[in-house]
Design a protein around this ligand. Sequence first.
Ligand code: F6R
Length: 364
Amino acid sequence: GKDGYRHYMEKELHEHPVVIGQTLQRLIDPATRRVVLPDLPFDLASVPRAVITACGSAFYAGMIGRYWLESVARIPVDIDVASEMRYRDPPLTPGGMGLLISQSGETADTLAALRGMRAHRQHIVSVLNVEQSTIARESDVVLGTAAGPEISVASTKAFTAQLSVLACLAIAAGRRRGVVSPDQEQALVASLLDLPSRAGEVFDQADAIRRMAAVIAGARDVLYLGRGSSFPVALEGALKLKEVSYIHAEAYAAGEMKHGPISLIDQTVPIVATAPSGRLFEKTLSNLQEARARGGRLLVFTDTQGAERLRGIAEIVVAIPTVDEFTAPVLQTIPVQMLAYEVALLKGTDVDQPRNLAKSVTVE
Ligand code: F6R
């Protein structure tokens, strides 16, 4: 049941902290605080390349996985949505890693992309929530997400569980490839293990998120922005808003604004930005200042450290706990999904069963 929540989506949003913790528990040895993956039929030290594919939200989790595999493990990565990947026929060196991400394990395009990669002799690693599924049966290795059943058609908790697995995979690969030292591994693992309690604190921001929702609910179009690993968070936010509130939203890499979308900006198109403190913060801030100078209403998700700089620039600031840059996208996803839920409530849509959507997409 819904455990007293109004919708499964609300219940599942509140499960983020537990789900992240349970997923990490499967992959981190509490004694040594090192990542321990199941046995792989190939060596992460010598894998030439990873190809990531998935659909929808799972694809956005994959985009964050790409940042991690590239920056933490120094593995070259290609990524595309499965509906494109299955027909692209990219040249693949045998022995590469095909990395599939799927909550249901039944998505037709993801399965077809898997079969294409298998035909090119890739090792198939799947990040799945439903471990008794078609994709599971056709994979060499399944890395399970411990999200439990996800009933809401719009995915929420599966996303942070997928990120938890992908982060561990990147750390393990980095160690194996000699680019993550034992000290670095300890620091990265510590930041992961800190996530469940920090995630719980995100819900303290519910009132500020509702204030944002009131602005969004009156809009016809919304622009989501982010840079680096916050760009997929923006994509996830825009997708979730479209799905459950039926408001048109688009996400852009913040640096792309001046190459076109900035022409959209006026008071009627609110801008939702994800801008945690860190390496790219100042860059995003200057993009936001440009948007504001053109009359844009800025609603910004940041952390307590970034909030200082944003007050006075943004109309509404939601500051969640400051965490390591590595884990920030995991935490920043939660308020962005909460926002979509709050807007759907205001719009009175069928939150758990949005029109035209199915939980598992088993046809092309
Ligand atoms: C978004 C959503 C969809 C799924 C996509 C992939 O909220 O639920 O975009 O993420 O259909 O589904 P799975 O993960 O089952 O392969």
